[in-house]
Each structure stands twice: as structure tokens, then as C-alpha cells.
Ligand binder design. Structure first.
Ligand code: NDP
Length: 328
């Protein structure tokens, strides 16, 4: 038996509870993992609360990230005792995920736990930090260097935003953080933001082109914010779009693309090929200091995760939430 958060749906009514489940109910997979830690991402919060169409079949154990130890394996790639990490691949959406003491998974979804991190540290980073790293790598690939000017990070107090600030600052970029929580400015400066701006300056419908401000940007917000970010990106600049916290729409014009040669790069972490994952986690190991992970992270137990999901969606959580399966 193992404990898990289970989401079920009956008569169109979603019910989410912490339950004790028999191992025989674990899904198909060639590796069984004892989960040490998981996390709460925006997507997990949508799944747990039922406020977004994340879960593709019921009953479902949410949790798009996990770090743990292999218990059983019929794969040549992993043996019992190996420390492993999983981000995405539709786990926690269409296959039982990490917010549980056990998970049974396809070995192709797993990577070895990076040696730079403990399971808890890897989950403090989680999909949010790994997506921030992919976004930074995308800007680098577009040739955006610190000398070219300011880089904007939207959704600054969120998981992706916090890591984007920390990583860009560590690489020498001058980071401008956009937030709806100016009272958290000290935290954002500690992460490395040189300047903090009010997200209200970006969130309303704007003009097709504005003053050229950003050499690059990492946007986890979408909608009017992304449209305004594009409109204020400098000639030849690049914007990495990775989220939709404000909305899924993009009410923009082609002006920034055809008049300023701006590039919009899409970032997906879920189906990302293995080589990119390994490279992103290698870079994270190089760039992040353990003390920084502690500053960004709050740790909770599995039975606290349902309430924390509500808090996350109402913008009351700063940075990241690690869910530990063992008592603290
Ligand atoms: P969080 O909830 O931790 O952070 C989101 C942040 O966005 C909030 O902290 C807030 O920052 C800001 N925000 C929230 N609501 C609004 C709003 N209405 N208008 C403007 N800003 C808002 O989420 P994550 O960081 O985990 O994820 C951020 C986004 O990225 C989500 O949409 C998520 O689905 C997406 N994502 C995409 C991935 C991919 O593969 N492409 C992977 C991971 C995440 P503040 O308070 O500072 O304003």
C-alpha cells in the first residue's frame, strides 16, 4: 500500500483526496520508483483544483515531476537503488504521477538524478527551473548576450520566473523583473533582479509597437503581457514564450516581427528530447547554488499539497513548493 493524491471524477464532479492505494493499481511501466520528493507546479495546481483541463483520464495521481529511487526495473538502463528524476512526458496528466509515495513509469521518461543535486534540490528546481533553463538556452541560441541590454522576466515571483531571474543574473544579464507583487521586491533583488516593474504596465491591451526596451525576454504569462513584451523588444531581440498565467491568447500584431526582426521562440518542456533535458540539467548544476534553492523553496508534506494547490493558483505562493514523502 502507498499514499497518493487521487483525483477522481463522478457525475461531472471532481473529487481530490489523499488516499491509501494498493500497489496492484499502479499503471503499466518497466520501472517502479519509491518517490522521495515531488513538487507543485502551476499545472499540478490546475489538475488538483480542477480549474484547468490538465487531467486526461480518471482516476489520476497528479504530479508532473518526481525524484526518487528505483525499486524494481526490467529496463537495462536502470537498476534497483538508482536515483532518478522525471519531468513531464504527460505524467500526472495521462499517467499516474509524482504526488505519491510510489510511481510506475516508462524507463524512457527517466534520467539519472544529476549528481549536483539531492532529490529535494532537484524538486526545488523541478519543471519550473528546467523550463527556465530551456528558456535561457533559447535566448543564448538566438545570440542574446548580456552586452545587448536588459532582459525582462515576467511572472517574476512564480517558479519559472524566479529561476529565470536567478539563471540570467548568474550569467551576467541585467534582469528586469515584472511582478504583480511589488512587496516581494527584496526577494526578486536577492535572486538577482536589477530592477522590478509593476506587471500592470504590461497586462492591458497595448499598441502594436512601443519604445524599444528589451534585448530579450522570458515570458511565463502570455496574453496582452506577451503582446506588449513583443512590442517593446529591441530591434533583433528575442522573446522566449513558455507560459500562460495571464491567458492563452496572444492579441499581438506582426509589427515587431516585420519591422524590428524580433524572434518569438516557443518553449516546451513536456515532450522535450532527452539530450536537451540532460544539457539543461547539466547547466542547472553549474549555475545554481544550494543556498539559492533554499531561498526559492518552501517544503510541505503530501497531506498539505491539496490546500497549497489552491494557494498557488491565487498567487499566494512565492517561488517553489517541494512536496516531501517523508516526515520533515
Ligand atoms: P506559478 O504559479 O509559480 O507562477 C506564475 C506567476 O505568474 C505568478 O507567480 C505571478 O507572478 C504571475 N501571474 C499569475 N497570474 C497572472 C496574471 N493574471 N497576469 C499576469 N501575471 C500573472 O507558475 P509557474 O512558474 O510554475 O508556471 C508559469 C507558467 O508557465 C504557467 O502558465 C505554466 O503552465 C507555464 N509552464 C510551461 C511550461 C512549458 O513546458 N512550456 C513548463 C512549466 C510551466 P507575480 O506575482 O510575480 O506577478
Amino acid at each position: 500500500m502507498f499514499k497518493a493524491i487521487l483525483i477522481d471524477k463522478q457525475d461531472n464532479q471532481q473529487r481530490t483526496a489523499l488516499e491509501t492505494i494498493d500497489e496492484s493499481r499502479l499503471p503499466e511501466g518497466n520501472v517502479t520508483v519509491r518517490v522521495d520528493c515531488s513538487t507543485l507546479n502551476y499545472k499540478d495546481a490546475l489538475a488538483i483544483t480542477g480549474k484547468g483541463p490538465v487531467v486526461r483520464q480518471f482516476p489520476m495521481v497528479p504530479g508532473i515531476d518526481l525524484a526518487g529511487t528505483v525499486e524494481h526495473s526490467s529496463s537495462d538502463d536502470f537498476a534497483p537503488g538508482d536515483a532518478v528524476l522525471l519531468n513531464g512526458w504527460g505524467v500526472g496528466e495521462g499517467h499516474w504521477g509524482g504526488l505519491a509515495e510510489k510511481a510506475r513509469l516508462d524507463s524512457r521518461w527517466l534520467i539519472p538524478l544529476p549528481t549536483a543535486f539531492t532529490p529535494r534540490q532537484a524538486m526545488a528546481i523541478g519543471t519550473a527551473g528546467y523550463t527556465a533553463m530551456l528558456s535561457v538556452m533559447a535566448l543564448e541560441k538566438q545570440g542574446i548576450t548580456p552586452e545587448q541590454g536588459d532582459v525582462l522576466v515576467t511572472g517574476a515571483n512564480g517558479g519559472v520566473g524566479s529561476y529565470a531571474i536567478a539563471l540570467l543574473a548568474r550569467l551576467g544579464y541585467r534582469v528586469v523583473a515584472s511582478t504583480g507583487r511589488p512587496e516581494e521586491a527584496d526577494y526578486l533583488h536577492e535572486l538577482g533582479a536589477a530592477e522590478v516593474i509593476d506587471r500592470g504596465t504590461l497586462s492591458a491591451p497595448g499598441r502594436p509597437l512601443g519604445k524599444e526596451r528589451w534585448a530579450g525576454a522570458i515570458d511565463s504569462v502570455g496574453s496582452h503581457t506577451l503582446a506588449n513584451v513583443l512590442a517593446s523588444t529591441r530591434y533583433g531581440g528575442s522573446v522566449a514564450a513558455c507560459g500562460l498565467a495571464q491567458g492563452m491568447d496572444l492579441p499581438a500584431s506582426v509589427a515587431p516581427f516585420i519591422l524590428r526582426g524580433v524572434t518569438l521562440v516557443g518553449i516546451d518542456s513536456v515532450m522535450r528530447p532527452g539530450a536537451d533535458r540532460l544539457e539543461a540539467w547539466r547547466r542547472l548544476g553549474e549555475l545554481l547554488a544550494p543556498a539559492q534553492l533554499d531561498a526559492i523553496t518552501r517544503t510541505i508534506t503530501l497531506d498539505e499539497a491539496i490546500d497549497a494547490a489552491e494557494e498557488l493558483l491565487t498567487g499566494r505562493i512565492r517561488g517553489r513548493v517541494v512536496v516531501t514523502m517523508t516526515e520533515q
